[in-house]
Design a protein around this ligand. Structure first.
Ligand code: ADP
Ligand code: MG
Length: 282
């Protein structure tokens, strides 16, 4: 499929963030619906071409828990890539309108995200680098998939050099500018799961008045809030605790987490996602 800007008609804007804007579009020649992300990058044409080349790796990333990739192209001074449209949307929007998630749904999200991360890492040596609720998407068949992973080193660099490259979900080692590995994604998963369980960003209570830099310093230096025991299953609380080990060496990899009792329990559980999804406030 050779995607061109002229063949895409915008139907609706879905959101903006991380240096990009995402719209629901129709590809006129095939009548297929897609999500198109447009990224404006102030870079030399050669750099933009390199990003475009690097994005092609996404064609090889095929997994039920990875959002499908349709193609990328340059137009004017922007880079676009088109991906599978996920009709229920991202977890941040769902959480904002519906509050805390039910525990069985959190279990399915945990298993789905870890399978996606493990696939990317094992098969393509890709670490996600930007895992957070807005990069975890759901569709009306109840599938949970991740998107916006760091396939393009050049794109990651171009965005990292701007302020939008910082995120509340970054691990302590990432904030310190140390080496970034698959365990850094596990940290981001831990913060995300805590947020879904509580229905709000876990550090909001003590950090409301902080600037982003102060918040990042807090994450590096201060103990994290823990889930209130008794309100949540013990195995889940323990799972989140180990994802949030400050020291990257003592934090488990996705494959090790897949052996955890909480993960195994969640994997065995059947969740009626279609029912849950159909009752969400939109
Ligand atoms: P960020 O992830 O930093 O919030 P993005 O530009 O990546 O910013 O995405 C903006 C919003 O667009 C997301 O919060 C999500 O709601 C929506 N979105 C992104 N990709 C898709 C997709 N493939 N299908 C449906 N909605 C999407
Ligand atoms: Mg995103």
């Amino acid at each position: 499929l050779d995607l061109r800007s002229e063949d895409l008609q915008t139907l609706e804007e879905l959101g903006a963030g991380n240096g990009g804007t995402v719209s629901r579009v129709i590809h006129l020649p095939t009548k297929s619906i897609m999500a198109r992300k447009v990224i404006h990058i102030d870079a030399q044409p050669a750099v933009r071409k390199q990003i475009l080349r690097e994005l092609q790796i996404m064609h090889d990333c095929n997994h039920p828990n990875i959002v499908s990739f349709y193609g990328a192209f340059l137009h004017d001074s922007e880079i676009s890539y088109c991906m599978e449209y996920m009709d229920v949307g991202a977890l941040d929007g769902i959480c904002a309108k519906n509050g805390a998630f039910p525990m069985d749904v959190i279990g399915l999200i945990t298993v789905s995200v870890l399978k996606g991360l493990s696939y990317l890492y094992t098969n393509h040596k890709i670490v996600h680098r930007d895992l957070k609720p807005s990069n975890i998407l759901i569709n009306s068949t109840g599938m949970v998939k991740i998107c916006d992973f760091g396939v393009s080193g050049q794109l990651v660099n171009s965005i990292a050099n701007t302020f939008v490259g910082t995120s509340n979900y970054m691990s302590p080692e990432r904030i310190r500018g140390w080496n970034y590995g698959v365990q850094s994604d596990v940290w981001s998963l831990g913060i995300t799961l805590m947020e879904l369980a509580l229905g709000r960003f876990p550090l909001d209570a003590e950090c409301k008045s902080l600037t982003i830099l102060e918040l990042l310093q807090h994450i590096v230096n201060e103990p994290l809030p823990r889930l209130p025991r008794g309100e949540f299953p013990e195995d889940f609380c323990n799972f989140v605790d180990i994802c949030l080990a400050k020291n990257v060496e003592s934090r488990p990899s996705p494959d090790l987490l897949a052996k955890h009792p909480y993960y195994r329990r969640a994997e065995r559980e059947t969740v009626d996602m279609e029912h849950w999804v159909s009752h969400l406030h939109k």
